[in-house]
Design a protein around this ligand. Structure first.
Ligand code: NDP
Length: 348
């Protein structure tokens, strides 16, 4: 597809259930400004084929990379950009995607540009300058932001790109790294209905439940409230299990009871059972990102003049946890702060 633009992709994009043609091995694509890719290894699932939707994915982090993998196959022609280029090169070697040298190169010729960065601030910072997204995006383009962002910044980005004839939607996701790997994420969309319909075939590549929450910013708002619930559950269960452990009650036994009772949640049924009791603490979602999300939820409530003492308190507590445990700590490691305060670990 080098140098060519597909017709507007939604006009002819095959639906997921449609059979895709896998034609000759000679079909290749390369967008201007991209680093030539090395051939994918034979163990890769990559197969040259018919590419009719140019998708660029920016931000190959813990969740972005497994999401982008679903787009590294027909009918999508995937180009990736990552601030740390080695990460993009490794991804490309495994999937056959192209690596763009800059956000501008990634967006040049793209039908759809997807961003998945820590916060809306980083997304907005990629827009400007000779190497920025706006330098490459063309009229009629579509920008999907899968960052767990903040509604106000998303609305501002939407307005800015609309002046250039580009549609924007916020589309944060839930389901964690395993959901991203399995392609079963929940996608919370803030968009005009017609924009979501254009985006739907791309979102379906990694999402199972795709919900239009309202206009731009609404997806971010729903995601933030979900994250506040996650943070509250983690904090509350940490307090409870540390106290029970200190009193000599087995935390495994306590969880067995809670998980068969009205206090159960995803945090008790999955996160604490698999990560805390075992002391495995895999790092899949940074505590710093959860703190950011709960802070967005508290700000959102304040902007709407809704008192939110609990959400604000947990945002503050997560800040203390992050400062104590470090920028790389996982969100479930929050329990370690309570353990430090109480001088008692939650084990077996
Ligand atoms: P990571 O910290 O793992 O990755 C962040 C990505 O953003 C990396 O690609 C990083 O590049 C890039 N980045 C960071 N700062 C900048 C910058 N200033 N300019 C350009 N690129 C930058 O985060 P996650 O992948 O975990 O999270 C991404 C988003 O998805 C967040 O909003 C998060 O809240 C959300 N999310 C995460 C989930 C998870 O389970 N991890 C689940 C659901 C949502 P580099 O490689 O150079 O560091």
């Amino acid at each position: 597809m080098a140098g060519k633009r597909s017709a507007r992709f939604h006009d002819h994009l095959p639906r997921r259930a449609h059979r895709l043609t896998i034609p000759s091995a000679s079909t290749t694509f390369r967008r201007p400004g991209c680093i030539p890719r090395s051939p994918a290894p034979s163990t890769s699932t990559y197969q040259p084929s018919t590419f009719n939707v140019n998708v660029s994915f920016l931000g190959l982090g813990a969740i972005g990379a497994p999401m982008a993998r679903h787009l590294a196959k027909p009918p999508f022609a995937l180009t990736v950009w990552n601030r740390t280029v080695e990460r993009a090169r490794t991804f490309a070697a495994e999937t056959g995607a192209q690596v763009a040298k800059s956000p501008a190169d990634a967006s040049r010729g793209a039908d759809v540009v997807i961003t998945c960065l820590p916060t809306s601030r980083e997304v907005e910072s990629l827009l400007d300058g000779d190497l920025g997204l706006l330098a490459g995006l063309s009229v009629g383009g579509l920008m999907i932001d899968c960052t767990s962002g903040d509604p106000a910044t998303s609305r501002r980005i939407a307005e800015r790109v609309a002046h250039r004839g580009i549609a924007f939607m916020d589309a944060p996701v839930s389901g964690g790294v395993s959901g991203a790997q399995q392609g079963t994420l929940t996608v919370m969309c803030g968009a005009e209905p017609a924009t979501l319909e254009r985006a739907r075939p791309v979102l379906e590549a990694f999402g199972k439940k795709i919900v239009l929450c309202g206009p731009v910013g609404a997806g971010d708002a729903v995601k933030a409230v979900n994250q506040a619930l996650l943070g509250i559950h983690i904090w509350a269960l940490s307090e409870g299990l540390v106290a029970l452990s200190k009193a000599g009650v087995s935390p495994s036994l306590a969880l067995e009871v809670i998980n068969a009772s009205s206090g159960r949640s995803n945090v008790s049924q999955n996160l604490f059972t698999e990560r805390v009791i075992t002391r495995a603490f895999p790092r899949t979602f940074k505590l710093a990102l959860l703190e950011k999300d709960v802070t967005i939820a508290a700000e959102f409530a304040r902007e709407n003049r809704v008192p939110s003492p609990l959400t604000q308190s947990v945002a503050d507590l997560l800040r203390v946890a992050r400062q104590t445990l470090g920028e790389e700590a996982d969100h479930v490691e929050t329990v370690k702060l309570l353990e430090q305060w109480a001088a008692c670990e939650v084990r077996g």
